[in-house]
Design a protein around this ligand. Sequence first.
Ligand SMILES: Cc1ncc(COP(=O)(O)O)c(C=O)c1O
Length: 402
Amino acid sequence: MADWQTLSDRINNVAPSATLAVDSKAKAMKAAGVDVIGFGAGEPDFPTPAPVVEAAVEACREPRNYKYTPTAGLPELREAIAAKVLRDSGYAVTPDQVVVTNGGKQAVYEAFQILLDEGDEVIIPTPFWTSYPEAVKLAGGTPVEVFAGADRDFEPSIEAIEAARTPRTKAIIVTSPNNPTGAVWSRETIRAIGEWAVEHHVWILSDEIYEHLNYDGAKTAYVGVEAPECRDQLIVLNGVAKTYAMPGWRVGWLVAPAPVAKAAAKLQGHLSSNVSNVPQRAALAAVAGPLDEVHMMREAFDARRRAIVAALNDIPGVSCPTPTGAFYAFPDITGLLGRPVGPNGTVSATSAEFAAALLDEAHVAAVPGEAFGAPGYLRFSYALADDQLAEGMRRFKAYVEA
Ligand SMILES: Cc1ncc(COP(=O)(O)O)c(C=O)c1O
């Protein structure tokens, strides 16, 4: 591009999505005929449940779905989401607190756009989902990372959070079950964060997108339940992508105090208007329907979780704590750095370099910890078929032992 063709500082300051980058590189290799095992993408391998697909097919035939509809979402869907909050979390919200968004990702983006002024700080427990800091920066805010490693089961301490607080602290993010660690934070921690936020007038963004994926007796704790007094400063983010195996349908939502929801709808009115009606009708069938398929998927994920954790811990130089939520394993691979690994004796200084070598040389795609603020780790999504999982782990081990 010519000298004058500069892009904004705002966009130059944003990192591309590393998870999508790994996934697209793996997909491109596959398209070129390479047999890649993809642990990169956070998408369930199950099909969307048939009744949900049927609802979409029917919706395609209904002319009312060909029109613009209310920006904040179809009234029936907003009602169903409010009813779902009561069913799953156990507290009442009203449909006017709900805004249907283009995936949970858009809900994150909108939340920070409407909360933050230039220089406002957001405390982000780290490891974090890769889009949070970028969404904060796009809104003019400053991400403040608070790290908790495997020694703490990836659960932040309230002392560390408090130590990061400044007069500019505007919000904190809660993600449990967590991407990328698979950790399910304790009720005590969730409650402590809620109470701390009330005491210090800090907004809470609670990302509950993996709420139904718990294992080994772990249970998702909801900040709106554990610290009900925080509900006036709580924005809950959720969506159908993970629970109903619907990542490509792009339906998410936020639930917030009514004036905040109204502000989000105002922004969305200029950004993307209503989410496509056909996926909204599909989401309605999902959200208003039973959770049977989710429970079936959870059983399958649970078996894969056990298999992948055992396989990872069987690889010399890899140490993987047992996650109790979502569908990610997050092993420490520092034992594989700074020394020759693989048939070519490749030396990787960082987990990013190691992930690149693993993909190029062993055809196994995993996301480096750098994407989540946690160098030295790799993220493996175990939302893939059992035989693929076994083959991927076999390759990883053979690579390290070559
Ligand atoms: C923690 C977390 N939040 C939100 C999302 C966004 O999901 P979507 O935009 O597909 O609804 C994801 C997807 O990977 C996620 O892992």
